[in-house]
Design a protein around this ligand. Sequence first.
Ligand code: 9MR
Length: 460
Amino acid sequence: MTRTKWKAASRAALALAGAGALAAGMALFATAPAAAGTTLGASAAEKGRYFGTAVAGFKLSDSAYTTILNREFNMVTAENEMKMNATEPQQGQFSYGAADQIVNHARSRGMSVRGHTLAWHSQQPGWMESMSGSALRSAMLNHVTQVATHFRGQVVAWDVVNEAFADGSSGGRRDSNLQRTGNDWIEAAFRAARAADPGAKLCYNDYNTDNWTHAKTQGVYNMVRDFKSRGVPIDCVGFQSHFNNDSPYVSNYRTTLSSFAALGVDVQITELDIQGASAATYRSVVEDCLAVPRCNGITVWGIRDSDSWRASQTPLLFNSNGSKKPAYDAVLAALNNGTTPTDPPTDPPTDPPTDPPTTPPPGQGGCTATVSVNQWTGGFVATVKVTAGSSAINGWTVGIALPSGATVTNAWNANRSGSTGSTNWTNVAYNGQVGAGQFTEWGFQANGTAGTLTPTCSAS
Ligand code: 9MR
């Protein structure tokens, strides 16, 4: 909690105490600031974000590795196991064992999963590398459909298309067998992914798109703007953010993140590593994400330096022996916002609640819930945003009355009671703690018609 937030929380607590409404949980809150998170995942969750890592399936038998993974992270990306060559090694023969192992490891421990990746010019299976034209287009779309269907409901976001733009000054597409099937291959992939898993956020993911002035960044930006204007189903943009001496962190990174977010997409830092692991640079990256409300999470590309694809650059948060590096401390502090010199511009208003004294607000500063619906004939996906009020909350309950004929079939990032009529939803382990003014998102899929949904929210 920042000093500003703590002051606001104290004032709110005192106001309520004066009204004789001191709840048991509030007594704790009034005497000490809410504990800062002590792990990356918990601290990110307090800011309504996640903190993830790439996981290599064969390392899940290494207990030093899984100890850190299970303790620190609440989002997982399969480093290689969901790529096209891993999931469809022979055309039409799908192989999910290695990916399922990672997904099960993560989800059974309350972590979420980012899917990486459905369509890419690299790491294609041999049979696909030698294909072209309409046969390749069909094979690619079938791959997207099959894989997204297999993981439907288990993956919160997909890198639908990876690295489709060219390096250098052109700002255009990269040449590849997929690109040669027609410029619309990317939007075709997104439409197939949406149809197969309407509940997953669909992202475009790339590297060297961090510098706002680079042609490649502008090329991706123009594509996303075009997709949004034409209704192509894109929800998010992933910035790999592999920073090194040739492609360093730049101070306009925050401008890049906020400019993309202004197009109406979420932004995520998907493969972060920094040559030499400068603590100051890691801190800047985290601060930049926290300053952009739609930057909803950060994933580092591996746990220990020895796990990195660029191990000799020692770019990660843990030494090869598993100990925390100074960069780890900087990231945790930035997430907790404890030592940052200035508060990020997203701080909520500091006024105490204005409820009349006879109506104690729920929880501490309470919460609000809003819902957005993506309706199609016969079904819909509802994305629900829970925003904490003037104080941090430790848990939330959302009530949603569904119209007759609507039946929930699937949900993510929330526990559910009821699937028709009055439904009640509570936080899962990793998204109950939401900082003052911050938010977390979850959702569900249902048959039928949503109509107008009016959620209620109460905090604990
Ligand atoms: O870290 C991955 C490494 O184990 C693989 O050998 C490599 C093969 O292409 O892919 C690495 O991950 C890449 C990711 O999938 C996409 N962005 C760049 C990553 C680093 O190369």
